[in-house]
Ligand binder design. Sequence first.
Ligand SMILES: NC(=O)c1ccc[n+]([C@@H]2O[C@H](COP(=O)([O-])OP(=O)(O)OC[C@H]3O[C@@H](n4cnc5c(N)ncnc54)[C@H](OP(=O)(O)O)[C@@H]3O)[C@@H](O)[C@H]2O)c1
Length: 245
Amino acid sequence: MDVSLDGQTAIVTGASRGIGAETARQLAAGGANVVLAARSADRLEAVAAELSTYRIETLVVPTDLREESAVNELIESTVEAFGGFDILINNAGLSRGSAVADLSTEEYETIQETNVDGVFFATRAAIPYVREREGHLVFLGSFAGQYPRSFNPVYAASKWWTRGFAKSVAAQVGGSGVGVTVINPAEVRSEFKATDGRTFRAVFEEGQASEPHEIAETIVFAVSRDRSSLSEIDINRRDKFATDF
Ligand SMILES: NC(=O)c1ccc[n+]([C@@H]2O[C@H](COP(=O)([O-])OP(=O)(O)OC[C@H]3O[C@@H](n4cnc5c(N)ncnc54)[C@H](OP(=O)(O)O)[C@@H]3O)[C@@H](O)[C@H]2O)c1
Protein backbone atom coordinates (compact mmCIF):
# COMPACT_ATOMS: atom_id res chain seq x y z
CA MET A 1 0.00 0.00 0.00
CA ASP A 2 1.40 3.39 -0.95
CA VAL A 3 0.51 5.89 1.74
CA SER A 4 1.05 9.57 1.23
CA LEU A 5 0.57 11.75 4.23
CA ASP A 6 3.02 14.32 2.85
CA GLY A 7 2.54 17.73 4.39
CA GLN A 8 0.17 16.45 7.08
CA THR A 9 0.84 16.73 10.79
CA ALA A 10 -0.22 14.14 13.35
CA ILE A 11 -0.26 14.22 17.15
CA VAL A 12 0.27 10.81 18.76
CA THR A 13 -0.45 10.44 22.47
CA GLY A 14 1.36 7.67 24.29
CA ALA A 15 4.14 7.88 21.68
CA SER A 16 6.92 6.88 24.09
CA ARG A 17 6.51 3.13 23.49
CA GLY A 18 4.26 0.31 22.26
CA ILE A 19 1.49 1.04 19.79
CA GLY A 20 2.02 4.81 19.98
CA ALA A 21 5.75 4.71 19.20
CA GLU A 22 5.12 2.31 16.32
CA THR A 23 2.33 4.54 15.02
CA ALA A 24 4.70 7.51 15.10
CA ARG A 25 7.20 5.47 13.01
CA GLN A 26 4.57 4.44 10.48
CA LEU A 27 3.14 7.95 10.17
CA ALA A 28 6.63 9.34 9.59
CA ALA A 29 7.29 6.63 6.99
CA GLY A 30 4.09 7.78 5.29
CA GLY A 31 5.40 11.35 5.15
CA ALA A 32 3.60 13.01 8.06
CA ASN A 33 5.18 15.36 10.56
CA VAL A 34 4.76 13.81 14.00
CA VAL A 35 4.16 15.37 17.41
CA LEU A 36 5.11 12.93 20.15
CA ALA A 37 3.33 13.19 23.49
CA ALA A 38 3.64 11.10 26.68
CA ARG A 39 5.19 11.61 30.12
CA SER A 40 8.61 10.00 29.50
CA ALA A 41 10.63 12.76 27.84
CA ASP A 42 13.73 10.58 27.34
CA ARG A 43 11.80 7.88 25.52
CA LEU A 44 10.02 10.44 23.34
CA GLU A 45 13.40 11.93 22.40
CA ALA A 46 14.67 8.46 21.49
CA VAL A 47 11.68 7.83 19.20
CA ALA A 48 12.08 11.29 17.64
CA ALA A 49 15.78 10.58 17.01
CA GLU A 50 14.84 7.41 15.11
CA LEU A 51 12.44 9.41 12.94
CA SER A 52 15.23 11.73 11.79
CA THR A 53 15.87 9.28 8.94
CA TYR A 54 12.60 10.45 7.33
CA ARG A 55 12.15 13.77 5.57
CA ILE A 56 9.66 15.01 8.11
CA GLU A 57 9.63 17.24 11.17
CA THR A 58 9.09 15.99 14.71
CA LEU A 59 8.13 17.79 17.89
CA VAL A 60 8.49 16.27 21.35
CA VAL A 61 6.03 17.59 23.92
CA PRO A 62 6.29 15.80 27.28
CA THR A 63 2.68 15.71 28.43
CA ASP A 64 0.66 14.19 31.23
CA LEU A 65 -2.68 13.66 29.50
CA ARG A 66 -4.47 13.74 32.87
CA GLU A 67 -3.70 17.45 33.20
CA GLU A 68 -6.05 19.69 31.23
CA SER A 69 -3.51 22.55 31.06
CA ALA A 70 -0.76 20.20 29.81
CA VAL A 71 -3.04 18.91 27.04
CA ASN A 72 -3.90 22.46 26.01
CA GLU A 73 -0.17 23.25 25.89
CA LEU A 74 0.39 20.20 23.66
CA ILE A 75 -2.16 21.50 21.18
CA GLU A 76 -0.85 25.08 21.36
CA SER A 77 2.79 24.00 20.80
CA THR A 78 1.71 21.93 17.81
CA VAL A 79 -0.17 24.83 16.26
CA GLU A 80 2.74 27.15 16.92
CA ALA A 81 5.21 24.77 15.27
CA PHE A 82 3.12 23.57 12.31
CA GLY A 83 0.37 26.17 11.87
CA GLY A 84 -2.27 23.53 12.70
CA PHE A 85 -2.59 19.78 12.40
CA ASP A 86 -4.56 17.11 10.56
CA ILE A 87 -4.60 14.03 12.77
CA LEU A 88 -4.97 13.22 16.46
CA ILE A 89 -4.26 9.66 17.56
CA ASN A 90 -5.82 9.21 21.02
CA ASN A 91 -3.61 6.27 21.97
CA ALA A 92 -2.32 6.81 25.53
CA GLY A 93 -4.01 4.45 27.94
CA LEU A 94 -3.44 1.96 30.72
CA SER A 95 -4.98 -0.60 32.99
CA ARG A 96 -4.71 -1.04 36.74
CA GLY A 97 -5.84 -3.77 39.14
CA SER A 98 -8.51 -6.30 38.31
CA ALA A 99 -11.69 -7.19 40.24
CA VAL A 100 -13.92 -4.26 41.19
CA ALA A 101 -14.10 -5.44 44.81
CA ASP A 102 -10.31 -5.14 45.11
CA LEU A 103 -9.73 -1.99 43.08
CA SER A 104 -8.44 0.96 45.11
CA THR A 105 -9.87 4.43 44.56
CA GLU A 106 -6.42 5.50 43.36
CA GLU A 107 -6.33 2.75 40.73
CA TYR A 108 -9.88 3.62 39.64
CA GLU A 109 -8.98 7.29 39.30
CA THR A 110 -5.77 6.54 37.40
CA ILE A 111 -7.74 4.59 34.80
CA GLN A 112 -10.49 7.19 34.53
CA GLU A 113 -8.17 10.20 34.40
CA THR A 114 -5.95 8.64 31.73
CA ASN A 115 -8.38 6.70 29.55
CA VAL A 116 -11.40 9.00 29.83
CA ASP A 117 -10.40 12.53 30.94
CA GLY A 118 -7.22 12.57 28.82
CA VAL A 119 -9.12 11.50 25.72
CA PHE A 120 -11.78 14.14 26.35
CA PHE A 121 -9.23 16.95 26.92
CA ALA A 122 -7.27 16.09 23.77
CA THR A 123 -10.30 15.59 21.54
CA ARG A 124 -12.00 18.79 22.69
CA ALA A 125 -8.87 20.84 22.06
CA ALA A 126 -8.21 19.17 18.68
CA ILE A 127 -11.66 19.48 17.10
CA PRO A 128 -11.32 23.06 15.76
CA TYR A 129 -8.01 22.17 14.08
CA VAL A 130 -9.02 18.86 12.52
CA ARG A 131 -12.19 20.56 11.27
CA GLU A 132 -10.10 23.26 9.63
CA ARG A 133 -8.10 20.63 7.68
CA GLU A 134 -10.83 18.00 7.32
CA GLY A 135 -8.52 15.62 9.13
CA HIS A 136 -8.91 12.54 11.31
CA LEU A 137 -9.51 11.60 14.92
CA VAL A 138 -8.45 8.10 15.94
CA PHE A 139 -9.37 6.43 19.22
CA LEU A 140 -7.79 3.31 20.69
CA GLY A 141 -10.71 1.29 21.95
CA SER A 142 -10.28 -2.38 22.78
CA PHE A 143 -11.78 -5.82 22.57
CA ALA A 144 -12.38 -5.13 26.29
CA GLY A 145 -14.71 -2.29 25.26
CA GLN A 146 -16.91 -4.57 23.16
CA TYR A 147 -17.74 -7.50 25.42
CA PRO A 148 -18.30 -7.99 29.16
CA ARG A 149 -14.98 -8.55 30.94
CA SER A 150 -15.05 -10.41 34.25
CA PHE A 151 -11.46 -9.70 35.22
CA ASN A 152 -11.21 -5.95 34.68
CA PRO A 153 -14.55 -4.12 34.56
CA VAL A 154 -13.24 -0.59 35.14
CA TYR A 155 -10.65 -0.76 32.35
CA ALA A 156 -13.29 -2.35 30.11
CA ALA A 157 -15.78 0.40 30.93
CA SER A 158 -13.24 3.09 30.06
CA LYS A 159 -12.96 1.53 26.60
CA TRP A 160 -16.76 1.24 26.19
CA TRP A 161 -16.79 4.97 27.01
CA THR A 162 -14.08 5.64 24.41
CA ARG A 163 -16.04 3.84 21.70
CA GLY A 164 -19.29 5.55 22.64
CA PHE A 165 -17.65 8.96 22.79
CA ALA A 166 -15.89 8.48 19.46
CA LYS A 167 -19.06 7.46 17.65
CA SER A 168 -21.02 10.45 18.92
CA VAL A 169 -18.10 12.79 18.18
CA ALA A 170 -18.20 11.35 14.65
CA ALA A 171 -21.84 12.40 14.47
CA GLN A 172 -20.79 15.94 15.41
CA VAL A 173 -17.73 16.40 13.21
CA GLY A 174 -18.47 14.19 10.21
CA GLY A 175 -20.48 17.00 8.62
CA SER A 176 -17.32 19.11 8.67
CA GLY A 177 -15.39 16.44 6.78
CA VAL A 178 -13.54 14.92 9.73
CA GLY A 179 -12.90 11.17 9.67
CA VAL A 180 -13.31 9.31 12.97
CA THR A 181 -11.98 5.80 13.58
CA VAL A 182 -12.06 3.48 16.57
CA ILE A 183 -9.44 0.71 16.59
CA ASN A 184 -10.17 -2.27 18.83
CA PRO A 185 -7.13 -4.46 19.42
CA ALA A 186 -7.15 -7.54 21.62
CA GLU A 187 -3.82 -8.51 23.24
CA VAL A 188 -0.83 -6.66 21.77
CA ARG A 189 2.78 -7.43 22.71
CA SER A 190 3.64 -4.03 24.21
CA GLU A 191 4.45 -2.85 27.74
CA PHE A 192 0.74 -2.74 28.50
CA LYS A 193 0.26 -4.44 31.87
CA ALA A 194 -1.76 -7.60 32.40
CA THR A 195 -3.74 -7.93 35.66
CA ASP A 196 -0.76 -9.66 37.33
CA GLY A 197 1.47 -6.66 36.60
CA ARG A 198 3.55 -8.37 33.88
CA THR A 199 3.75 -6.70 30.48
CA PHE A 200 1.98 -8.31 27.55
CA ARG A 201 5.38 -8.54 25.85
CA ALA A 202 6.48 -10.79 28.75
CA VAL A 203 3.22 -12.77 28.93
CA PHE A 204 2.97 -13.62 25.22
CA GLU A 205 5.61 -15.23 23.05
CA GLU A 206 6.09 -13.87 19.56
CA GLY A 207 3.23 -15.17 17.42
CA GLN A 208 0.80 -15.58 20.34
CA ALA A 209 -0.64 -12.04 20.21
CA SER A 210 -0.70 -9.03 17.89
CA GLU A 211 2.41 -6.91 17.43
CA PRO A 212 2.36 -3.10 17.87
CA HIS A 213 3.35 -2.57 14.23
CA GLU A 214 0.19 -4.39 13.07
CA ILE A 215 -2.01 -1.98 15.02
CA ALA A 216 0.04 0.99 13.81
CA GLU A 217 -0.30 -0.06 10.16
CA THR A 218 -4.05 -0.32 10.66
CA ILE A 219 -4.15 3.19 12.13
CA VAL A 220 -2.18 4.59 9.20
CA PHE A 221 -4.49 2.82 6.75
CA ALA A 222 -7.48 4.47 8.46
CA VAL A 223 -6.06 8.01 8.42
CA SER A 224 -5.01 7.74 4.81
CA ARG A 225 -8.59 7.25 3.51
CA ASP A 226 -9.35 10.27 1.39
CA ARG A 227 -13.05 10.95 1.84
CA SER A 228 -14.35 8.06 3.95
CA SER A 229 -14.24 7.14 7.62
CA LEU A 230 -13.33 3.64 8.68
CA SER A 231 -15.70 3.79 11.64
CA GLU A 232 -14.42 0.86 13.63
CA ILE A 233 -11.74 -1.76 13.09
CA ASP A 234 -11.38 -4.90 15.21
CA ILE A 235 -7.90 -6.43 15.14
CA ASN A 236 -7.10 -9.43 17.29
CA ARG A 237 -4.88 -12.48 17.59
CA ARG A 238 -6.15 -15.21 15.31
CA ASP A 239 -7.16 -17.57 18.11
CA LYS A 240 -9.07 -14.90 20.02
CA PHE A 241 -12.48 -16.50 19.57
CA ALA A 242 -11.07 -19.94 20.25
CA THR A 243 -10.09 -18.93 23.81
CA ASP A 244 -12.08 -18.04 26.91
CA PHE A 245 -12.04 -14.30 26.86
N1 LIG B 1 -1.60 -3.81 24.48
C1 LIG B 1 -2.81 -4.28 24.41
O1 LIG B 1 -3.03 -5.48 24.55
C2 LIG B 1 -3.98 -3.37 24.11
C3 LIG B 1 -5.19 -3.96 23.74
C4 LIG B 1 -6.27 -3.14 23.47
C5 LIG B 1 -6.15 -1.78 23.57
N2 LIG B 1 -4.95 -1.22 23.94
C6 LIG B 1 -4.86 0.22 24.06
O2 LIG B 1 -3.83 0.70 23.21
C7 LIG B 1 -3.29 1.91 23.75
C8 LIG B 1 -1.77 1.84 23.76
O3 LIG B 1 -1.36 0.81 24.63
P1 LIG B 1 0.01 0.01 24.48
O4 LIG B 1 -0.34 -1.40 24.31
O5 LIG B 1 0.91 0.65 23.49
O6 LIG B 1 0.57 0.19 25.98
P2 LIG B 1 1.98 0.70 26.57
O7 LIG B 1 3.10 0.03 25.87
O8 LIG B 1 1.85 0.52 28.05
O9 LIG B 1 2.00 2.25 26.19
C9 LIG B 1 1.11 3.14 26.82
C10 LIG B 1 1.47 4.56 26.43
O10 LIG B 1 0.56 5.46 27.11
C11 LIG B 1 1.33 6.49 27.71
N3 LIG B 1 0.66 7.06 28.88
C12 LIG B 1 0.17 6.41 29.96
N4 LIG B 1 -0.32 7.28 30.86
C13 LIG B 1 -0.13 8.52 30.33
C14 LIG B 1 -0.40 9.84 30.77
N5 LIG B 1 -0.98 10.08 31.97
N6 LIG B 1 -0.08 10.87 29.97
C15 LIG B 1 0.52 10.65 28.78
N7 LIG B 1 0.80 9.43 28.29
C16 LIG B 1 0.49 8.38 29.07
C17 LIG B 1 2.66 5.84 28.07
O11 LIG B 1 3.69 6.78 28.14
P3 LIG B 1 4.36 7.36 29.49
O12 LIG B 1 4.34 6.26 30.51
O13 LIG B 1 5.71 7.78 29.02
O14 LIG B 1 3.51 8.53 29.88
C18 LIG B 1 2.88 4.94 26.83
O15 LIG B 1 3.47 5.69 25.80
C19 LIG B 1 -3.94 2.08 25.12
O16 LIG B 1 -5.01 3.00 25.01
C20 LIG B 1 -4.47 0.71 25.44
O17 LIG B 1 -5.57 0.74 26.32
C21 LIG B 1 -3.86 -1.99 24.22
